[in-house]
Design a binder for this molecule. Structure first.
Ligand SMILES: NC(=O)c1ccc[n+]([C@@H]2O[C@H](COP(=O)([O-])OP(=O)(O)OC[C@H]3O[C@@H](n4cnc5c(N)ncnc54)[C@H](O)[C@@H]3O)[C@@H](O)[C@H]2O)c1
Ligand SMILES: [Zn+2]
Length: 342
């Protein structure tokens, strides 16, 4: 078991990797607790939940909706919740984002914690205090920065995660290594097979390591004014790919990271042999590296997403493996590269 403490201005947040869902009760400190989960997680793990009120949301992104927030707030009131009540989200990133947002607005904010059940939630979504819901197709457009008291990452729960969701999490884990950990990158090159086979002795170390990287970036820049932007590696191009192709988030981000590697080579920041290593690693984790859509379509969506940034886009480029830089790139330059590779 490993405890990672994220220290921020107003409070600290403990991420406990290797802790067990069965011990959640100990973290509740006898407070009246309300649990938010989704139907899939509820079906598999309900009997291991402590004895609390439980709200079961529908699985999937559609639950990140303001009407669901209102429904949960109503349910909290009906069951006598007040400012001293405690909220726990038990689920993947959707449940964590939803529960974190509800906790941050219900009665102007109540304390909360997470049991992160997906790989993506354990290394990414549950860490860093960002939460939110979607509106009219805009993702995470209503939200706050509010830190959970604790995040429990029970590695055993990952064994029931669908393969596609596991690979989704792997994309963000590889992203973290590319941002600031060359040794971890090399470790993944060596151990892709046992990691993909979810060998438990490899996973705890991997999750703890990756969570630590996210936590360290967030500590430096909680409110995303600079350093935290690095976490967007692969996401500018990736989000556009996701919208155009309907590929999963992880697959799209992998294609986005390959795009960033290509652009970094063109700009002389990354060596050709390093680019190849990155593409090979992504492939060995069953992640795609080639854009299956028409580049002009992807570029149009990117442009729409980034209109508010003006004539340039903050792009995350790779300066070698395990190091990134945030660079403003002129939109026309990006277009030329996206469409003609030039
Ligand atoms: N707040 C942040 O900083 C942040 C960062 C990254 C992503 N996110 C958000 O996270 C969300 C995606 O999270 P996700 O990929 O975890 O998706 P998710 O929460 O939808 O979970 C994926 C699927 O796996 C199921 N599942 C979860 N844990 C399981 C388990 N242990 N066993 C079996 N099934 C399980 C869920 O029911 C769901 O069907 C997006 O909405 C994204 O915006 C937030
Ligand atoms: Zn992502």
């Amino acid at each position: 078991m490993e405890k990672i403490t994220v220290r921020l201005q107003n409070r600290q947040s403990d991420i406990i990797v290797g802790e067990c869902l069965n011990h959640l009760d100990e973290y509740l400190k006898k407070r009246i607790t309300f649990i938010i989960t989704d139907r899939n997680v509820n079906e598999i793990y309900r009997e291991r939940f402590p004895d609390c009120y439980v709200y079961v949301a529908e699985p999937g992104e559609k639950s990140k909706d303001i009407t669901v927030v209102a429904d949960i707030c109503r349910w909290l009131l009906e069951n006598g919740a007040d400012r001293s009540s405690f909220l726990v989200g038990i689920g993947g990133g959707v449940v964590c984002d939803l529960a974190g947002f509800v906790a941050s607005v219900f009665m102007r904010g109540i304390n909360f914690g997470f049991v992160a059940t997906s790989l993506l939630a354990q290394v990414d979504a549950a860490i860093g205090g960002k939460n939110g819901v979607d509106l009219d197709g805009y993702k995470n457009i209503i939200g706050t920065f509010t830190q959970p008291e604790f995040v429990i990452c029970d590695i055993d729960l990952l064994m029931t995660l669908p393969e596609k969701e596991y690979v989704n999490g792997m994309a963000e884990i590889i992203k973290h290594a590319l941002i600031q950990d060359f040794d971890q990158f090399v470790h993944f090159e060596e151990f892709s097979v046992p990691i993909m086979a979810r060998e438990i002795n490899k996973l705890e170390h991997m999750v703890a390591h990756s969570a630590k990287i996210k936590a360290s970036v967030v500590e430096k820049d909680e409110l995303e004014h600079g350093e935290r932007r690095k976490l967007n590696l692969g996401h500018t191009w990736g989000h556009a790919i996701e919208k155009v192709t309907g590929l999963s988030h992880g697959e799209s981000v992998a294609i986005g990271m390959a795009f960033s590697a290509n652009l970094s080579v063109k700009k002389g920041l990354l060596q050709e042999h390093e680019r190849e290593r990155i593409l090979n690693l992504l492939t060995s984790f069953d992640l795609p590296v080639k854009n299956p859509a028409d580049p002009p379509d992807v570029f149009d969506v990117l442009l729409k997403d980034k209109k508010k940034e003006g004539g340039s886009v903050h792009f995350i480029l790779m300066k070698g493996i395990g190091n990134v830089v945030v660079e403003p790139i002129d939109i026309m330059e990006l277009k030329k590269f996206a469409l003609y590779g030039d």
